[in-house]
Design a binder for this molecule. Structure first.
Ligand code: FE2
Length: 202
């Protein structure tokens, strides 16, 4: 798997978690305490898996390499992607701040969690679509097979350094569980891999 294929695969995992998050944003209206507790786990995934691990691979490794290969940082897709990562971080911060109140069923806090979570879901879906269909095809044109191999090796190190060995895999499994809670039409078999991701093995 090339480095950009790894990032595309992680996007599929994040999209599964977003399905779960969208469902729990709706469930807040029916059982705020239970939905908010689940959203707390999801916010940990968005902070650790989506941001500290996946976005770190992009921001610390892929994007600087693309700049070295001639893609401008400002006024092009890299600047847009970085701004959207920042926007996502501020939504996750707002969700985490409001969650204790939401778990205590404070109505204002529940609204803040729901509004920021739905905004985050919309932002990330569009962001992933742009990376998959615009940035990564451009990257595949300008980086060499040796670059891809170097990135893949560096990605392994980011996983261990940013979130610790094995945590990536645990979040991966959780994303599948949340998607199932959202009654996502999936066909996940632990041994055989997953149709939604195409590649992962839990
Ligand atoms: Fe990404």
């Amino acid at each position: 798997m090339t480095a950009t294929e790894t990032l595309r695969h992680e996007h599929e995992v994040i999209l599964l978690a977003l399905q779960g998050a969208e469902e729990q944003a709706c469930q807040l209206a029916y059982d705020a305490r239970q939905a908010a507790a689940l959203i707390q786990e999801m916010a940990g995934f968005f902070r650790d898996f989506a941001d500290r691990c996946h976005h770190a691979k992009e921001e610390k490794l892929l994007f600087p390499l693309l700049e070295q290969r001639g893609m401008p940082r400002e006024g092009g897709p890299l600047g847009v992607m970085l701004a959207e990562h920042d926007q996502g971080r501020s939504y996750v911060r707002a969700i985490l701040e409001a969650l204790p109140g939401a778990i205590a069923q404070d109505r204002d806090a529940v609204s803040r969690v729901r509004d920021n979570l739905l905004a985050y879901v919309g932002l990330l879906r569009e962001h992933i679509d742009k990376e998959n269909h615009c940035l990564f095809p451009m990257a595949d044109e300008i980086v060499s097979p040796a670059d891809q191999a170097g990135l893949s090796a560096a990605f392994e190190r980011v996983e261990v350094e940013e979130i610790g060995a094995g945590v990536h895999e645990r979040y991966h499994e959780l994303a599948h569980q949340w998607a199932m809670l959202a009654r996502h039409d999936w066909d996940y078999q632990h041994e055989g891999g997953c149709r939604a991701c195409g590649a992962c093995r839990g």
